[in-house]
Design a protein around this ligand. Structure first.
Ligand code: EPZ
Length: 433
């Protein structure tokens, strides 16, 4: 029986209480494939319980690794018996991060046949030319075969200097995965500096790699012969935390966002303060207090430490009810404003022209049936539902499950009137699941 889930929100509640943040999705998606680089066991803790991670673990399993879930947030990976180097499209189509298996398999075996990735399609092309440039610099022969299989092979990988033409999280990660066991020194210049790059570097170093400079725009990697097992805990998710900070700011209330690294949140905190939201930082938590209408501000998304593009849709919801007119400049992706059409159904007044969105703040949003176009757009629809008067139903929840562990439970826990309902099929009765 086909069924689909919806998230139903009755808006208007203030949010009060504490939300615990899970492990970082974009760190986990790089760290899980990295376990291939050793024949010993890697124990990974604080793994977010989200569908993207489950898919990556399944791919690992089909490659021959033994994957043992200790609990929903802890896994032990034993990759000694990995013997396949092919990841087919029916597996890679689900998520972009599947291409990290190219770097990991290349790093371990010198060969990888991985189908081009799928994943969130928020418009625009998502090329991998910088990944290919990196692999080729290390001495790999890379070709795109029929049915979009990326073939990468090298008898031996040799360290080299690689300048990234554009700051790319994925390319930086993929090159790190291939380079840690290459012979000699690899220097990645114009590298991405996101917290998940640093987390991957720390994980690799705990396996005996020699990665220095992660978090700056020059990463130096001295290749090592062998890497060993380790036990590692993933950093908290900067974007999940930012999503709940913006939700509390938009809905109003008094919410402690717990298990965060405040330094990772600096650009988001700065923008919320600019909007007149009260933000108080503690060692590993941030308190958001909001009891009046936010004021406008301008946003330009940038690679870290700039304002994260993955927070752009969520921030647009806050600005759509702010006092005054705000401008968002999406400088990272070609077109990441598809969600604006959904927000307009709720009464938002946003004009998009290419990479620029002009948002004229309105007093109220009205609940409506909307859909999640992608992961972060889905999170934005939920925030809009919390703020709007009346009922909002968000479809395509499957996108939200890719990157948010128990978003309904976490928001209900601070007083939101939110629930997940399962529809057996559009005509049939709604079943509360
Ligand atoms: C990662 O995607 C994240 N995904 C994205 O988050 C995030 O939006 C993005 O980084 C930017 O922070 C994961 O970590 C799994 P990029 P990635 O390579 O690596 C261009 C989410 O919501 N580019 O940094 O694909 C590219 O077109 C997801 O969690 C090239 O031109 O992003 C883009 O304009 C959505 N050639 C820019 O660089 C390349 O070879 C940044 O892309 C690679 C990228």
């Amino acid at each position: 029986m086909a069924f689909m889930d919806k998230i139903v929100i009755n808006g208007g509640n203030r949010l009060t209480g504490k939300i615990d943040i899970s492990g970082a999705k974009n760190a986990a998606l790089a760290i899980v494939p990295a376990a291939i680089l050793t024949k010993e066991i890697c124990r990974i803790e604080n793994l977010p319980d989200i569908s993207d991670v489950s898919i990556m673990l399944k791919i690992l399993n089909t490659l021959g690794a033994h994957v043992r879930m200790i609990n929903r947030n802890t896994v032990e990976i034993d990759a000694r018996n990995v013997q396949f180097y092919t990841v087919p499209y029916e597996q890679t189509k689900h998520l972009r991060a599947s291409y990290y298996f190219i770097g990991a398999l290349l790093g371990r075996f010198g060969k990888a046949h991985v189908a081009m990735p799928g994943g969130c399609n928020f418009g625009g092309v998502r090329p991998i030319d910088q990944h290919v440039k990196g692999f080729e610099s290390l001495g790999a022969k890379v070709s795109i075969e029929e049915n979009a299989i990326v073939n990468a092979e090298a008898d031996t990988l040799f360290g080299s200097a690689i300048y990234l033409d554009t700051v790319s999280v994925g390319a930086t990660i993929n090159i790190m995965l291939a380079a840690v066991r290459a012979k000699g020194l690899t220097v990645i210049e114009n590298a991405a500096k996101e917290p998940h790059i640093v987390d991957l570097a720390n994980f690799l170093n705990s396996m005996g790699a020699d990665v220095r400079g992660a978090g700056t725009d020059v990463i130096k990697i001295h290749g090592v012969e062998e890497m060993h097992g380790c036990s590692y805990s993933i950093i908290p998710d900067q974007i999940e935390a930012g999503t709940y900070m913006v939700a509390a700011a938009a809905a109003g209330g008094d919410v402690l966002i717990n298990n965060v690294i405040p330094k990772h949140m600096e650009s988001i905190t700065a923008k919320l303060i600019e909007c007149g939201i009260e933000v108080e930082e503690f060692d590993d938590s941030i308190l958001i207090k909001s009891d009046h209408r936010p004021t406008r501000c301008n946003i330009k998304t940038m690679p870290h430490p700039g304002f994260p593009t993955d927070m752009q849709p969520q921030m647009a919801v806050l600005l759509s009810i702010a006092e005054g007119t705000s401008i968002i400049n999406e400088s990272v992706w070609d077109s990441r404003f598809r969600y604006v059409e959904q927000l307009a159904h709720m009464g938002a007044c946003i004009k998009v022209d290419g990479k620029i969105a002009v948002i004229e703040g309105v007093e109220h949003l009205k609940g409506a049936p909307v859909k999640a176009d992608d992961l972060r757009a889905g999170a934005a629809m939920i925030i809009a539902g919390l703020v709007a008067s009346g009922t909002t139903e968000v479809e395509n929840v499957v996108y939200i499950d890719r990157g948010y562990e128990d978003i309904v439970g976490k928001l209900a826990g601070v007083g939101a009137d939110i629930r997940r309902v399962r529809i057996t099929d559009p005509e049939s009765r709604i079943q509360i699941s």
